[in-house]
Design a protein around this ligand. Sequence first.
Ligand code: GLV
Ligand code: GLV
Length: 315
Amino acid sequence: MKKIFITRMLPEKSLIDDLEKYFDVDVWGKDYPPSYEELIIRSKNCWGLLTMLTEKIDKNFINKTQSLKIIANMAVGYDNIDIAFAKKNNIVVTNTPDVLTNSTAELTIALIFLMSKRLSEANLAIHKKEWKEWNPTWMLGKDINGSTLGIIGPGKIGFAVASLAKKLNMQVSYSGKKEKKRFPGNFLNLNELLTTSDYISVHLPLNNETKYFLNYQHFKKMKSDAILINTSRGKIINQLDLEKAIINKTIGGAALDVTDPEPLPYSSKLLMMPNVFISPHLGSATKKTRYKMAKLAVSNLISFSTKGRAPNKIN
Ligand code: GLV
Ligand code: GLV
């Protein structure tokens, strides 16, 4: 029987049972990921892996584990895997697109609401015992209705965010490599988008082109009360530049569901800033969505083994 290694418990045991009909299954049962060394040891002699975004699959890993034919990553993003080197070694890599689009878009909209109404800041003020009698000028936020949202990266998640934002009567614009005819928003160049948006939301995949792409040069162009939202990957933003931009009041604040690194050290300055909200990478974190992601990764392994075809192959 082909051997597979699953790097974390899946959301439902039935998914493991499905795999056991086809494979000799080894599961990492801890609630933290295997170390790089442990991952190599457990992957040796495996035909396939079911990995999370926490597993770093680089050249060295691929060279040391010679038997692999497929890596099914339980994420839409695959920046944790050296895709090109995997291909060179005839290893198929798959991801889990579509099933998490709406969950991630909803979280993005939640962050827009949270920042516009200053909910986190206001809650923090209560915990600091700063809540006095009702005050006509205290903790004033902004209306979402009629405000402008700029989307950087008009892929599927960006599209879903734009559609929801339209329903809130936001004015939506987007910038990307090229105009997308059906996208619910106006196509702008990045400069125009940065200078005109009240909220700027990043929906880019992380790769060599996008790494540390957003930096102080961009923040300087943004409105001084603009809010930056990131639910894609932390490394797309130059985080030190972002800290500086917030300290200097170059921009109004940020809501980050992804950071560099994750988890963010408790000593991070970002965690001390009242106008910065951090959530711990929850874009796909609903019961339904995580089940669908795991199911899709499982289907890719089974389909590739039985039919030689992996529906969500990316390389
Ligand atoms: C989550 O961040 C994913 O890429 O699925
Ligand atoms: C606020 O609570 C109001 O009644 O206006």
